[in-house]
Ligand binder design. Structure first.
Ligand code: F6R
Length: 630
């Protein structure tokens, strides 16, 4: 969702902001804008039409914004000549007010001396707007954000002694909802201030100046040193300094941390799209996620932070997640119950947070989230912690809010995932589920040692098998080329194949906009089979496992109703070929591990269908990488 980049330093900031915003495109957005502090006498004679405010001081804020993609903003910027070394930029994902130029950020106050960008939702904005209107403020947009610049204006005038930071602190106390907010003021040209409530905000530190951003890739080309901002903290950055204050306004000392993500890892590296690149990075992501945790058959899982005694006493595990991460959770349930013999409940985060869940002693809570910022998952964690649960987060983003609010974190080391659609973070989550299941089973002694050794051996070579599948991507392209015109897709699977059927359907619908559903194949007769006819493609996830024959019967049933059948089969399965119009063969593995191998062809298949339909696979419509609003 919305992306923020801001800079104060020695360099001209226009390109820093635009390039930073481009690196945040993956978050999803529908308009973009920048605001730059320009010395009045340095402003060229070119005519500036929109949002151009002139004030009596030495500096003025130039705001240029546009509906649509950043390239539209760049086109508009060709009409302006703005130089300045302090500025803020924003990509907006509309929540209040349509995605047009007026509603795009930054938003100015009445005087044009304060500009604000914001990621989040101000829940009490209507009442605050009403109060401000009574005081004579005039609004031009339909956004909730616009009240923020006006509130800062009020506080600067009346309560903050002219100090921008104090005004921001006052504002954080006044608003309800969520927000990462960055403000720029023409009367405070040596600083940028920001505040945060429940939306991601980081500070990047470099020799040539300092940054605010929603996410690290925005500024990776300038720095690898970051500080994360927590809820209700306010921050002041200058060219040389970063000052963080807590809710009471007390200065906090927080050391920066270094990330080893490279800029290259956040670029396409010759691939047509980030999604394609990220799918091909899966063997690496899986290996990196295993590295140091599973070595020669032995686990080192210190980060789980549970004693053997605690593990032996576990009575229940609760896993929560949303979307694709939920499908990793469903896989986690299957393998943990099977290997570690501990009951596992899986909930959708947005349901868990409101259902008054029971938290008992000897209970473990696992939250899975690639971004570490999903607001529903965060709220569910807070609810579980309030009830006394110990929370383990599984996430890909170091320093993310969920990582920081959990008792312990198991990082997936898939590298930055820029495509909105989760692919390599998903297979990394799956490998974590496998490892947690086996680790708990080993400590509990609930798995036979020969079975354990055989599965471990298989896990260690999973990256090679994923690579083997990727090497045959052209076969999936061919099947996609022949089937992409169909308008109804049903993905069927059983047991380990069921979460992957759900994931295959989710991938297809989110990037191709074709109607697709995932079902447990046994459910077909209870309704969905009514949908099948010659226009339907049924994608069967049918590896050679203990439900293989049941699954085969289900496929025969839909075949009898004239559906086209595309089956993901284990190599050498000639029997399923007889009933299928298309097949893709995956290598053999242990039956519990088929999930990770079956999902890779489903991702590729969805990708090639979407490409046939000329979709923007990296930024599908209406979707965002980090879902930071409810
Ligand atoms: C689908 C996808 C989403 C996310 C969901 C949860 O490709 O990426 O369904 O899985 O929004 O996000 P995280 O994992 O960041 O909590």
């Amino acid at each position: 969702m919305c992306g923020i980049v801001a800079y104060i330093g020695n360099n001209n900031c226009k390109n820093i902001l635009i390039n930073g915003l481009k690196r945040l495109e993956y978050r999803g957005y529908d308009s973009a804008g920048i605001g730059i502090l320009a010395k009045k006498d340095a402003i060229s004679g070119k005519k500036i039409k929109s949002n151009d405010k002139v004030n009596k001081n030495k500096y003025e804020i130039k705001v240029v914004k546009q509906a649509g993609k950043i390239k539209e903003l760049e086109k508009l910027l060709e009409n302006f000549d703005i130089d300045g070394t302090v500025g803020i930029g924003h990509t907006r994902w509309a929540t209040h007010g349509e995605p047009n130029q007026v509603n795009a950020h930054p938003h100015l106050d009445c005087t044009g001396k304060i500009a604000v960008v914001h990621n989040g939702i101000i829940e009490n904005y209507a009442e605050l707007k009403e109060e401000l209107i009574k005081k004579g403020h005039k609004f031009v947009s339909n956004t909730d954000t616009e009240i923020l610049s006006h509130l800062l204006e009020e506080y600067l005038k009346n309560e903050a002694d002219g100090k921008l930071l104090i005004a921001m602190q006052r504002l954080l106390r006044k608003i309800r909802g969520s927000g990462a907010i960055v403000a720029l003021s023409a009367e405070h040209p040596d600083e940028l201030v920001a505040g945060r409530i429940a939306s991601p905000l980081i500070v990047g530190i470099s020799r040539d100046g300092n940054f605010f951003a929603s996410d690290m890739p925005a500024v990776l080309e300038h720095t690898h040193n970051f500080v994360v901002i927590n809820d209700y903290e306010s921050v002041r950055i200058t060219k040389e300094k970063v000052e963080i204050y807590d809710f009471e306004g007390i200065l906090i000392n927080r050391e920066p941390f270094k990330v080893n993500w490279t800029l290259k890892s956040a670029e396409k590296a010759g691939y047509e799209d980030f999604m394609l690149k990220e799918m091909f990075e899966q063997p690496y992501g899986i290996r990196e996620t295993m590295r140091g945790r599973l070595t020669n058959g032995t686990f080192n899982f210190e980060e789980i932070n549970l004693s053997n005694e605690q593990i032996k006493n576990l009575r229940k595990i609760q896993i929560i997640a949303c979307g694709t991460s939920l499908h990793a959770a469903l896989t986690g349930k299957l393998v943990i119950e099977k290997w570690a013999n501990i009951p596992v409940e899986v909930d959708i985060s947005s349901e868990y947070r409101y259902r008054d869940p029971i938290v008992n002693d000897n209970f473990l809570f696992i939250a899975i989230t690639q971004s570490g910022e999903t607001i529903d998952t965060l709220a569910a964690i807070r609810e579980a912690k309030r009830k006394g649960a110990k929370v383990i987060a599984v996430t890909n983003v170091v320093g993310s809010t969920i990582a920081r609010e959990s008792d312990s974190v198991v990082y997936t080391h898939a590298g930055p995932e820029i495509g909105v659609c989760a692919t390599k973070t998903f297979t990394a989550q799956i490998i974590v589920m496998y490892m947690i299941g086996l680790y708990l089973a080993r400590v509990k002694g609930s798995i036979k040692s020969d079975e354990y050794s055989q599965i471990i051996e298989e896990i260690e070579i999973i990256p090679n098998k994923v690579q083997q599948i990727l090497n045959s991507a052209d076969k999936l392209k061919k099947i996609a080329d022949e089937t992409y015109k169909h308008t109804c897709f049903l993905f069927l699977g059983r047991i380990y194949g069921f979460p992957m059927a759900l994931e295959g359907a989710l991938k297809l619908k989110e990037i191709s906009y074709i109607h697709a559903e995932g079902y447990a194949a046994g459910e077909m007769k209870h309704g969905p089979i009514a949908l099948t006819d010659s226009k339907t493609v049924v994608v069967g996830v049918i590896p050679q496992d203990f439900v293989y024959e049941k699954m085969l019967s289900n496929l025969q049933e839909v075949k009898a109703r004239n559906a086209k059948i595309f089956s993901i089969i284990t190599e050498g399965d000639n029997n399923t070929k007889k009933y299928s119009d298309y097949v893709f063969e995956i290598p053999k593995t242990s039956e519990e591990l088929y999930g990770i191998l079956t999902v890779v062809p489903l991702q590729l298949y969805a990708y090639y269908i979407a490409k046939n339909l000329d979709r923007n696979v990296d930024q599908p419509r209406n979707l965002a990488k980090s879902v930071t609003v409810e």
